[in-house]
Design a protein around this ligand. Structure first.
Ligand SMILES: Nc1ncnc2c1ncn2[C@@H]1O[C@H](COP(=O)(O)OP(=O)(O)OP(=O)(O)O)[C@@H](O)[C@H]1O
Length: 282
């Protein structure tokens, strides 16, 4: 049975001065070891939920559980949570605090009071893993947005979190950068980290995720695997999420081809290409 790594139970949250609650009875859980996507339109509360995920925001009502145990809202326990649950903000400017790349990556490790040689070794590893070696001494304000985003992810991954929360990581990335990021996330996932990405992009969700959660108006409206989400076409369209492009392509294929291909919508263009070449339909 899949275990629940992080679980939100009946969360309610209204920002001070806000008219409506942003989260109104939201319950969802993140299955351990899966690549998960959180979908929902602008302003439905995805970022607010993420801020509950590692204890930055304390629920006004409801509970957050980590491996079945309620979060403890005390300094030491929260510091531990920010190590276990890495949060990458949508805007890297909200995340980067030190003056150079290497300093920024090491910041959390110094907070953990690790020995200097251990810190140095971890920073070196992450500089290589994220292709930041040549920028190690660069001032942060010299970096491009794409480099800042890469650095924000590196600064979180150096803490070796068990769960990685990414808030719209593909916003403002071109197709090439998006593909690279998804490849990086696959590598992170293969090394044992559970990943949850907030996005509006159905194509990414369908191609990449193993588990999809959909929020609307501060509540969960769907949780399940991507194929199951596609069976709820009316729901996806009513939430203005639309269908992945591959579904439209699939639907345009002749009925006989679809039958010969086994009736399952391919998850990526590569998969479609493979199916078509195996079946020799073109
Ligand atoms: N600090 C804040 N103070 C007051 N209201 C806020 C604050 N942060 C967010 N909100 C409001 O809460 C609602 C939910 O915002 P949130 O950023 O959680 O949604 P989201 O689903 O992540 O949106 P997006 O997809 O556009 O990033 C919005 O109406 C937003 O204006």
């Amino acid at each position: 049975m899949t275990s629940r790594l992080l679980e939100f139970i009946d969360l309610q949250y209204k920002y001070p001065g806000g008219r409506e609650p942003v989260l109104s009875g939201l319950s969802l859980w993140i299955p351990e070891g899966k690549k998960c996507v959180l979908l929902g339109r602008n302003g439905c509360g995805k970022s607010t939920l993420f801020l509950h995920g590692n204890g930055i925001i304390e629920p006004q009502q409801g509970q957050v559980l980590w491996k079945g145990k309620p979060l403890v809202y005390k300094r030491a326990a929260l510091q531990e949570m920010t190590q276990k649950v890495g949060l990458v903000f949508q805007d890297p400017e909200h995340q980067l605090i030190a003056s150079t790349v290497a300093e920024d990556i090491s910041y959390g490790l110094f907070n953990q009071k690790l020995p200097v040689d251990v810190i140095r070794e971890k920073v070196e590893r992450v500089l290589d893993a994220f292709g930041l070696r040549e920028l190690a001494e660069a001032p942060i304000h010299h970096l491009s947005l794409g480099q800042k985003r890469r650095l924000a992810l590196a600064g979180v991954m150096v803490m070796e979190p068990e769960l990685l929360l990414l808030d719209e990581p593909t916003a403002y990335l071109d197709r090439y950068q998006t593909k690279n990021l998804l490849r990086e996330l696959d590598a992170i996932h293969r090394q044992g980290t559970t990943v949850l990405m907030a996005t509006h992009d159905m194509d990414i969700a369908f191609e990449w995720a193993e588990w999809i959660c959909i929020m609307d108006k501060g509540r969960l409206v769907f949780a399940g695997d991507p194929q199951e989400a596609l069976e709820n076409r009316a729901m996806l369209e009513s939430l203005h999420l639309g269908m992945p492009l591959l579904v439209d392509v699939w639907e345009a294929l002749p009925e006989q081809w679809k039958r010969e291909l086994g009736g399952n919508i391919p998850r990526s263009v590569d998969e479609l290409r493979k199916m078509l070449s195996v079946q020799r339909v073109w």
